[in-house]
Design a binder for this molecule. Structure first.
Ligand SMILES: Cc1cc2nc3c(=O)[nH]c(=O)nc-3n(C[C@H](O)[C@H](O)[C@H](O)COP(=O)(O)OP(=O)(O)OC[C@H]3O[C@@H](n4cnc5c(N)ncnc54)[C@H](O)[C@@H]3O)c2cc1C
Length: 427
C-alpha cells in the first residue's frame, strides 16, 4: 500500500478540479487524481458556452434570470457572487489561454433558454473542449501538481470526524493520499441514468461517499433534464444538441410538425412540454427544425453538424429527432461560498457541490461559470489551512462498490419528479 502526501488532494479533472489546482500557489504540493484520462470529463463535452455579465447594466437582469430559472429556490448570495465575479472568471480563463469567439474586437455573445439577453461566450460548439485543452496544457506545466490518471477515489480518510485525504485505487493497487485539505470535484450523478448526456463513469462517487460519512447534502432531488438530446436507438450516452441551436433560431415540432412551446423558456419548462407531447402522441421523440437558423450551421455548429452527417441526417434538410435526457445535478454536497462542507478538512466544488446557486433548475451556461468562480474562491480559502500529521493505520477503509453507490444515490433522489418517467430510466 503506497502512502502519498500533499498539501491538497483534488478529486476530478473537470473544469472545477483544474481551476482549483491552477489557482493554488505553486509553493503548495497538489495531487490531482482522476478516474480515467484528464480529458474524460463532462466539462470537456460542454458545447453551448459560459455566461457572463454583459456590461454594467446587466447585473440585475442576469441575477433575475438565474433566480427565475431556479424557481426562486436559489441561494441569493451565491447568485450575486456568481454574477459579480463572472467578468473576472472570464479574464482568468483568457489568461490561461482560452480564446472566445469575437467579431471586430468585441466578444460575440449568444443566447440560450431563460436568458433575457445575449450574454453567453462560446468557442464554436465545443466550448468545453477549448477551455479544457487550455487548462490541461497549463496543469501539465505546473511542477507542483502531480496528476494521477486512471485512479479512482474509493473512500475518504476520516478520523474523529475530520477528513485527511482519500483512499484511491490505481491498477488494482490501493493508495493512501493524505492532504491538509481534500477537494471533491468529482462531478454530478448523471452516469447512474440510462438516458443521459453525461459520461457514464461520472456517477456521483463524491455524493455517495458524503452519504456514507454523514456529510450534509442539499437538494439532491433537483435534477435537470435537457430538452434536446439527439434520439438514437442505442444505450450509449446521448449526444447533446446544444440549447444555443434554439437560441440561434431552431424550433421544436411535434409529430404533426406543429410548434407547441416557446423554445427559449427555461429547460425544465421546455422538457416538460416535450414529454407531454410525446405522451399525448405516444412517440419516443419530437423534432427539432434547424434549417431556420440564419447563420451557417456548418460553421456555427461544426461538431453538431459533423455528428448529424455521420449518422445520415442533414440539418439543412432534415428535422432532427430529439428527446429530453438527464443532464445536470443541481444538488450535491452542501457547501458555503468557500467550498467548505460539513466535515472539517473536506471541500467540494463544481457539479459535485451545492452552493444553492442554481436553485431548482440551472440557467443555461451557468455551470462552467459556477465551477470557475467558486473553485477559485475555494482555492483562495484553503491555501492557508494547516493540520497535524496523521498515521495511515488510523483509517478504516470500506471499498464501495458501484451497485451500492447507485442504490444509495437513487434513494437520495427518489423525490425527483422526472425519475418517475419511465422513458428516462428504463429504455
Ligand atoms: C453534453 C454536455 C454539454 C454541456 N454544455 C454546457 C455548456 O455549454 N455550458 C455550461 O455551463 N455547462 C455545460 N454542461 C455542464 C458542465 O459541463 C458541467 O456541469 C461542469 O463542467 C461540471 O464540471 P465539474 O468539474 O464539476 O465536473 P466534470 O467535468 O463532470 O468532471 C468530474 C471529474 O471527476 C472525475 N471523477 C468522478 N468520480 C471520480 C472518482 N471516484 N475518483 C476520481 N475521479 C473521479 C471524472 O473522471 C472527471 O474528471 C454540459 C454538460 C454536458 C454533459
Amino acid at each position: 500500500m503506497e502512502n502519498i502526501k500533499a498539501n491538497t488532494v483534488i478529486v476530478g479533472s473537470g473544469v472545477a478540479g483544474l481551476i482549483c489546482a491552477l489557482t493554488l500557489p505553486s509553493s503548495m504540493k497538489v495531487i490531482l487524481l482522476t478516474k480515467q484520462k484528464l480529458e474524460d470529463s463532462n466539462s470537456y463535452l460542454a458545447q453551448g458556452g459560459i455566461a457572463v455579465k454583459n456590461g454594467f447594466g446587466d447585473k440585475d437582469s442576469f441575477i433575475s434570470d438565474t433566480l427565475k430559472a431556479g424557481h426562486y429556490k436559489n441561494n441569493f448570495k451565491a447568485v450575486e457572487t456568481l454574477v459579480e465575479e463572472s467578468p473576472k472568471a472570464i479574464k482568468s480563463l483568457e489568461e490561461l489561454g482560452v480564446k472566445f469567439e469575437s467579431e471586430e474586437g468585441d466578444y460575440s455573445y449568444t443566447r440560450e433558454g431563460g436568458h433575457s439577453k445575449n450574454r453567453i461566450l462560446y468557442c464554436g460548439d465545443f466550448t468545453g473542449k477549448a477551455i479544457m485543452n487550455a487548462l490541461i496544457a497549463q496543469v501539465k506545466e505546473r511542477k507542483n501538481i502531480r496528476i494521477l490518471e486512471d485512479c479512482t477515489m474509493e473512500d475518504l480518510l476520516v478520523k474523529n470526524g475530520v477528513c485527511y485525504g482519500v483512499y484511491g485505487v490505481a491498477n488494482n493497487k490501493g493508495l493512501f493520499i493524505n492532504g491538509k485539505s481534500t477537494v471533491i470535484a468529482s462531478g454530478g450523478i448523471g452516469g447512474i441514468y440510462n438516458n443521459t448526456t453525461n459520461y457514464k463513469h461520472i456517477q456521483g462517487d463524491g455524493v455517495a461517499l458524503a452519504l456514507k460519512h454523514n456529510i450534509k447534502l442539499k437538494d439532491l432531488s433537483y435534477i435537470q433534464i435537457h430538452p434536446t438530446a439527439l434520439y438514437e436507438n442505442t444505450r450509449k450516452r446521448r449526444f447533446l444538441i446544444s440549447e444555443s441551436v434554439r437560441g440561434e433560431g431552431a424550433i421544436l415540432l411535434n409529430k404533426n410538425k406543429d410548434r407547441f412551446i416557446d423554445e427559449l423558456k427555461p429547460r425544465d419548462i421546455v422538457s416538460k412540454a416535450i414529454i407531454r407531447e410525446m405522451e399525448k402522441d405516444k412517440v419516443e421523440f419530437q423534432w427539432l427544425r434547424m434549417n431556420l437558423i440564419e447563420k451557417d450551421i456548418r460553421t456555427r455548429f461544426p461538431k453538431i453538424y459533423e455528428y448529424l452527417r455521420k449518422i445520415g441526417l442533414n440539418p439543412y434538410i432534415d428535422d432532427i429527432p430529439i428527446v429530453p435526457a438527464q443532464h445536470y445535478t443541481m444538488g450535491g454536497i452542501e457547501v458555503n461560498l468557500n467550498g467548505e462542507t460539513s466535515m472539517p478538512g473536506l471541500f467540494a466544488i463544481g457539479e459535485a457541490s451545492c452552493t444553492g446557486v442554481h436553485g431548482k433548475n440551472r440557467l443555461a451556461s451557468n455551470s462552467l461559470l459556477e465551477s470557475v468562480v467558486f473553485s477559485k474562491k475555494t482555492a483562495d480559502f484553503i491555501k492557508n489551512i494547516t493540520k497535524e500529521e496523521v498515521n495511515i493505520n488510523d483509517f478504516q477503509i470500506g471499498v464501495s462498490n458501484l451497485e451500492k453507490k447507485k442504490d444509495i444515490i437513487k434513494e437520495g433522489i427518489k423525490n425527483d419528479e422526472f425519475t418517475k418517467i419511465k422513458l428516462l430510466n428504463n429504455r
